[in-house]
Ligand binder design. Structure first.
Ligand code: NAD
Length: 497
């Protein structure tokens, strides 16, 4: 019988009483790997209540002790790196190399969380008025919630709970229902690292479960990563219930190619950044803008993309895996068909892709279009598949104008050998993460993940100093210590100096 995965509530792995279960399928075969419960209202209540109660004791645990938990945790994650990557590959279909990268990028955030003491330092000013000092203290918020997408089932939960918990909060994680096995394993290792009961809770489900958390009066802050429409719903609902919300959403990332760039570097980077992980990355390059003569490289790009073979993650020759679900594949097929119908020229069509031995996999081969205009659905919508569209313009400024007119602002990159062009681009482009000869410029955890415009709703971003500010609030204390002999009369004015 297929196993129903448990939920972590109040320090115990509990079987859910849910009547509704979600199938977790292997995207290469459609085999049902496990069932995920849709947590009942009582289970969500119990998880939040436990997190609320635990917060009272956890916030008092000295910061170095909280940091030591993260030191143990990041080491355990490293010890289990390969095992986690295999589990992750089995439920997402990602190649092993990519699955390892997913786990590793998460481990780096757990490492960063071990620096929490210096990240939480406040500020002081002596003598803000005569004999009066002011200091600011950084304190945790309480119960924080994380809602995560399917495409990075290790990295994105690890963007959230280690830092939130290191700051002294307690955390309720609701991972994607499409690949919840990896997040459950991350939580098991967190307990093994010595996390006290109730500090982390994991509940499963979909929209209803998320809505119960978004509106729960005891939840203080919500971190979300996922699609645009859900991100907007999360931001609107969470903030209208007076919660702090950070919502990372979809994207359309452009790579601008100048004719002075190194052709071979451009093409290999473009192939990897568009088709890696089957294009299911929020920082995938989905649009290449060729400036001037660089457009002559498009046929060679098509030839290089045609070499890529999707396949099973156990096959070391696979360039990338399947799409996560049949529904996701159908969506991309629709966009490819619309692109053709709208007049774009399809140079390479992966719609009919098959992988021998896996007839039921959600395969799509590399797909390349040119002659795409901003009005086409292929350009307007996030495709989230191994599909790259080429656009052609005559100047760097025209390329920048195109990028800036796009509603999203997650990532972009420029390939050039000109320092002046690079300086102009990085200054003028309205996108939060810019790469110069780096196709996917995801910052390491001591910076923050700084998507802009329609790719992010909120103020403070994921990881780095911004996340510490997101998961804490600042208290300022102004103090005066009287000299025993100095007795002042009643003070009826605001003291100015
Ligand atoms: P999704 O929006 O379908 O799901 C994300 C989470 O929201 C899941 O936990 C899901 O259960 C929940 N959810 C789904 N529908 C909901 C609803 N109607 N109400 C409340 N909750 C709901 O996203 P996905 O398909 O799992 O992930 C892919 C998307 O995530 C892409 O758009 C990608 O660009 C985006 N993404 C963005 C970033 C970023 O940093 N900007 C990073 C990774 C992924």
């Amino acid at each position: 019988m297929t196993k129903t995965i448990p939920q972590l509530i109040d320090g115990e792995w509990r079987e859910s009483r849910a009547r509704e279960l979600i199938e977790v399928t292997d995207p290469t075969t459609q085999e049902v790997l496990a069932l995920a419960p849709k947590a009942t209202a009582e289970e969500i209540e119990a998880a939040v209540a436990s997190a609320k109660e635990t917060f009272q004791s956890w916030r008092e645990v000295p910061v170095p002790e909280r940091a030591r938990l993260m030191l143990r945790y990041q080491q355990l994650l490293k010890d289990h790196h390969d095992e986690l990557a295999e589990l992750l590959a089995s439920e997402t279909g990602k190649t092993l190399a990519d699955a390892k990268g997913d786990v590793w990028r998460g481990i780096e955030v757990a490492e960063h969380a071990a620096n929490v003491a210096s990240l939480m330092m406040g500020e002081t000013v002596e003598n803000v008025a005569r004999e009066i000092d002011t200091a600011s203290w950084v304190q945790p918020l309480g119960v924080c919630v994380g809602i995560t997408p399917f495409n990075f089932p290790a990295m994105i939960p690890l963007w959230m709970f280690p830092l939130a918990i290191a700051c002294g909060n307690t955390f309720v994680l609701k991972p994607s229902e499409q690949d919840p096995l990896t997040p459950n394993r991350l939580a098991e290792l967190f307990i093994e690292a010595g996390a006290p009961k109730g500090v982390l809770q994991v509940i499963h489900g979909g929209r209803e479960q998320v809505d119960a958390l978004l509106t729960h009066p005891d939840v203080r802050a919500i971190s979300f990563v996922g699609s645009v429409s859900v991100g907007q719903h999360i931001y609107r609902t969470g903030t209208s219930h007076l919660k702090r919300v950070q919502a990372f959403a979809g994207a359309k990332n452009h790579m601008v190619v100048l004719p002075d760039a190194h052709k071979d570097q451009v093409l290999s980077n473009l192939v990897g950044a568009s088709c890696g992980a089957a294009g299911q990355r929020c920082m995938a390059i989905s649009v290449a803008i060729f400036v001037g003569e660089a457009r002559q490289w498009i046929p060679e790009l098509a030839a290089q993309m045609a070499e890529l073979r999707p396949g099973h993650w156990r096959d070391a020759h696979s360039a990338f895996g399947p799409l996560i679900s049949q529904q996701a594949r159908q969506r991309v097929l629709r966009l490819i068909a619309e692109g053709k119908a709208e007049g774009a020229e399809c140079l390479l069509d992966g719609s009919q892709c098959q992988v021998p031995g896996y007839p039921k996999g959600n395969w799509l081969g590399p797909t390349l279009f040119r002659g795409v205009s901003p009005k086409m659905s292929l350009y307007r919508e996030e495709v989230f598949g191994p599909v790259l569209v080429c656009m052609e313009v005559d100047s760097l400024d025209a390329a920048i104008a195109l990028v800036n007119a796009n509603p999203y602002g997650n990532g972009t990159s420029l390939f050039t050998r000109s320092g002046g062009a690079a300086r102009h681009f990085q200054h003028a482009v309205e996108v939060g993460q810019v790469g110069i000869n780096v196709p996917i410029p995801v910052p390491l955890p001591f910076f923050s993940f700084t998507g802009w415009k329609g790719s992010f709703y909120g103020d403070l971003h994921a990881y780095g100093k911004q996340a510490v500010r997101f998961y804490t609030e600042t208290k300022t204390v102004t103090s005066r210590w009287f000299d025993d002999s100095a007795v002042a009369g009643p003070n009826l004015t605001i003291q100015l100096k």
